[in-house]
Structure formats: structure tokens, C-alpha cells
Design a protein around this ligand. Structure first.
Ligand SMILES: Cc1cc2nc3c(=O)[nH]c(=O)nc-3n(C[C@H](O)[C@H](O)[C@H](O)COP(=O)(O)OP(=O)(O)OC[C@H]3O[C@@H](n4cnc5c(N)ncnc54)[C@H](O)[C@@H]3O)c2cc1C
Length: 409
């Protein structure tokens, strides 16, 4: 196993694969992709429903077909599966757990593209016993699509994001009807039309409702939900917790890289570069959770930035630390990508800021650097949705600006 590369990519989902493809197109072939699963392709590999491909290939594709297609474009790129990065260290060094033991790998540039995970039961503080049958939508997809198994017969689904409805779809494909969908907010988080799908499936939707107990000793037997102070018991054999995505950022939290304390995501600039400029980050680990196609396109762009950086530095390991100013925000804004701006670079003039919010509102979002308004637009914002503040002109930032502020005015 070669341990030295120009670029190592952690994660073989759409973001990582998109970046590898982009690097190859620019003549950088000494690349390795490290993937902890047994096969490359990331989350789309587990999704056999056609919510992929429209942006990237102009046609709807099932996730597994999408994953196969993008991975097949990588030619002879070295992909090490069953290889989990367990430490990110300065100077482009990674500790990797492989089938042959733990090794140290090194690269001039490293892209972190580790994706997202759903919030499971415990951080949601749901009380009750610990029976079998409590899972996430991701685990459900793996049972049904990858293993051909039916893990339950009458489950309830917690959540109402797009992924919650895709869980309903996965259950339908397995010949299973969900007993209920439970959402704590007053409206569903997916597009309203999705309620029609639940209706067609005969699955009632409980809004303003919270799951407060899981019952059953060996196997789930029921859940108790609370709606406007009243409780009721629903008989079921599984609870599927969906969405509430968090970036897969365990590696970041214990690394030397600067990160945002509340989300754990690394602080990246408009080139997707981390505080240690030999590291880059892209995909849903930065903005849980956008669509697969969007992450693929972002990966392609990030690969381009990494290639330019390497070519400018004549493929040397040296990295250039550049002065950066932070992007600041307050409630109801949850995060912004980028989280800082390298204001010495005029390489990209117009940048899209990708933000997410904690609560639903319609308001004017303003982006300001010093006294200069860089963006101002009225937008309908919903939690979990991708909100793009498009075409922010970084050349307008004056040299004395110390921060960029996003606010709702
Ligand atoms: C359950 C679920 C369902 C989804 N359904 C859809 C859908 O229907 N349509 C859609 O467009 N999007 C869907 N998404 C969003 C999905 O995250 C994106 O589609 C896309 O896969 C994100 O691409 P990515 O490359 O950022 O991450 P991922 O596709 O998640 O890829 C990250 C990869 O990194 C690997 N990895 C993580 N940590 C390490 C490590 N330490 N070492 C080595 N490898 C590591 C993971 O195994 C994974 O393969 C879903 C997400 C989830 C979680």
C-alpha cells in the first residue's frame, strides 16, 4: 500500500468522488480515496429511490445507480475501502485503520468529505426501555436495500423532513405500512405536498407531537406520544428516527483544525480551505444535509480549488497561511458556509453563502462587511432547507473590514 499521495480524500460519497474527478481532469492523478465502508459511493449507495441525478446528469436516477456512475468515472484512482481515518494530524498526516492494521498516510493536500449522520434516539432524550427495533432511516435503507431484509412490520416514523418521507417510501418498497409520522413542529419540514404521499400510504401525521416513551422489553411494543398536553399510546414494533442531521465531525473535534463549537464543522473559507491550509472540507459534513447532486457539484468545485492550490505551489507541500475574517451571525441563523473569508484573494469575486436556520420565518437577510452591504434580499426560510445567498461580491469588502455579519433585518 502506497502511503504518500498528492491528495488524499476522506470519504467516497458524492463530494469526495466529485473532487477526485475534478483533480484528475486537471492532471492530478496521485490521489487516494479512503472509505470506511466495504464499497465506494457514500450514502446514495443505500438509497434505491430516484431522488438523484437531476442536477448532475439531467435525469432522475436511483441513488445506487448515481453512486455507481460517479465512481465508475474515477478510472484507476486508488480507493481503499474498509479504511477508516481515526486521526487528522498537522502536516497532512492521517492515522488510518485498515484491514492490515493502523498505518500513517501522508498527502500534500487532504479533503475531508465525511458526510452526515442522523441524530439517533439517545441525544433526542426519549425515555423508556432499550428494546430492539429502534433505528434510523439510514439503517432502515441498509436493511431493505442492501440486505433485502424487512426489519419491522408496523413502525412509527419520527420526523417530517424529506428523509422521513423517503423512509416511508423505503417501507413501502419493503411492503410495510408505517403506523404514524410524528413531528414536533406545527408543519412538516419537507415540502407540504409530501403530506399527500403519507395520506396515500394511509399513514396519519401527528403534528405538534413529541415521542415521550418507548415501551417493550425485548422488542418495541408501543410508543407514547404527547400532543398539546394529552398523551396517547400507539402500538408498533419499531421506531425510526429520521433526519436532524449532524455533520460527521468526530474527527474534526479532536483535531488541530479550528471548528465551530455548536456544529463541530471545520471553519472553511470560500475555497473550502480549513485553518490548516493543507486541509479542505466539502459536502454534507459542512452543511447537513443538502442533496447528493449538490454535494457532487460542490466536490467538483473543491477539487478545482485544490488543484489550483497545488499547481500554484508547484506541487510542494508548503502551504500559504492567508489572513481571513470571520463570518458572524446570530439566531435564527444556525450556520454559514463559508465561515470565514480570505480577503486577500481576488480569485473568486462572486460567492454563494450556504446558510441554514433554526426556525421558520420570512424576512430580509442582510450580509454586511463594515459599512458595506454585500447582500440584501427578502427570503422565506425554513429549518433544514438549503438557503443560498447568491452572488455575494467579495471585491466590495474594504481592507479595514474585520468581520462579515449575516443578520435578519
Ligand atoms: C439516511 C439518509 C438519506 C438520504 N437520502 C437522500 C436522498 O434521497 N436524496 C439526496 O439527494 N440526498 C439524500 N441524503 C443526503 C446525502 O447526505 C447526500 O445525498 C450525499 O450523500 C452527501 O454526500 P457527501 O459526499 O457529503 O457524504 P456521504 O455520501 O455521506 O459520504 C461520506 C462518506 O465518508 C465515509 N466516511 C465517514 N467518516 C469516515 C472516516 N473517518 N474514514 C473513512 N471514511 C469515512 C462514509 O462512510 C461515507 O461513505 C440522505 C442522507 C442520509 C443520511
Amino acid at each position: 500500500m502506497n502511503l504518500n499521495y498528492d491528495v488524499i480524500i476522506i470519504g467516497s460519497g458524492p463530494a469526495g468522488v466529485g473532487a477526485a474527478l475534478s483533480l484528475r481532469r486537471r492532471g492530478i492523478h496521485n490521489i487516494a480515496i479512503l472509505e470506511r465502508e466495504a464499497h465506494a459511493g457514500g450514502v446514495p449507495r443505500h438509497c434505491q429511490h430516484p431522488t438523484f441525478g437531476l442536477l448532475a446528469f439531467k435525469r432522475p436516477m436511483k441513488g445506487n445507480q448515481f453512486a455507481e456512475k460517479i465512481v465508475s468515472n474515477l478510472g484507476d484512482t486508488a480507493i481503499f475501502t474498509r479504511s477508516t481515518v481515526i486521526d487528522i494530524l498537522p502536516q497532512g498526516v492521517l492515522k488510518v485503520s485498515t484491514p492490515d492494521g493502523i498505518v500513517e498516510m501522508r498527502a500534500k493536500r487532504i479533503l475531508i468529505a465525511t458526510g452526515v449522520r442522523e441524530t439517533p434516539r439517545h441525544p433526542r432524550l426519549v425515555s423508556g426501555l432499550r428494546p430492539q427495533g429502534v433505528l434510523t432511516a439510514g439503517a432502515l435503507q441498509q436493511f431493505v436495500y442492501l440486505k433485502g431484509k424487512k426489519p419491522c412490520l408496523n413502525p412509527v416514523i419520527v420526523g417530517s423532513e424529506l428523509v422521513s418521507f423517503s423512509a416511508l417510501w423505503t417501507l413501502k418498497n419493503a411492503g410495510v405500512k408505517a403506523q404514524a409520522m410524528i413531528e414536533s413542529g406545527e408543519r412538516i419540514l419537507a415540502f407540504k405536498a409530501a403530506t399527500l404521499f403519507a395520506k396515500a400510504m394511509g399513514t396519519p401525521l401527528y403534528l405538534n407531537s413529541k415521542i415521550i416513551e418507548i415501551g417493550g422489553l425485548e422488542r418495541v411494543e408501543y410508543v407514547v406520544i404527547e400532543t398539546a398536553g394529552k398523551t396517547q399510546k400507539i402500538t408498533c414494533d419499531a421506531v425510526i428516527f429520521t433526519g436532524s442531521f449532524v455533520g460527521e465531525n468526530t474527527l474534526i473535534r479532536k483535531s488541530h483544525l479550528d471548528f465551530d463549537a455548536s456544529t463541530g464543522k471545520p471553519v472553511t473559507d470560500q475555497f473550502s480551505r480549513c485553518s490548516d491550509p493543507s486541509y479542505y472540507a466539502a459536502g454534507n459534513m459542512l452543511h447537513p444535509a443538502d442533496m447528493g447532486d449538490q454535494c457532487y457539484q460542490e466536490g467538483i468545485l473543491t477539487g478545482q480549488y485544490i488543484a489550483e492550490d497545488l499547481l500554484e505551489n508547484h506541487h510542494q507541500e508548503v502551504v500559504r497561511h492567508t489572513p481571513r475574517i470571520p463570518v458572524k451571525f446570530a439566531e435564527p441563523i444556525r450556520f454559514s458556509v463559508p465561515a470565514c473569508i480570505d480577503y486577500t484573494s481576488q480569485k473568486i469575486e462572486l460567492v454563494d453563502f450556504n446558510i441554514k436556520v433554526n426556525s421558520a420565518f420570512t424576512g430580509t437577510i442582510q450580509v454586511v462587511a463594515g459599512n458595506t452591504v454585500l447582500y440584501k434580499k427578502k427570503i422565506r426560510c425554513l429549518p433544514t432547507r438549503r438557503i443560498l445567498l447568491k452572488g455575494i461580491d467579495l471585491t466590495k469588502i474594504k481592507p479595514d473590514a474585520t468581520e462579515i455579519c449575516i443578520s435578519v433585518v
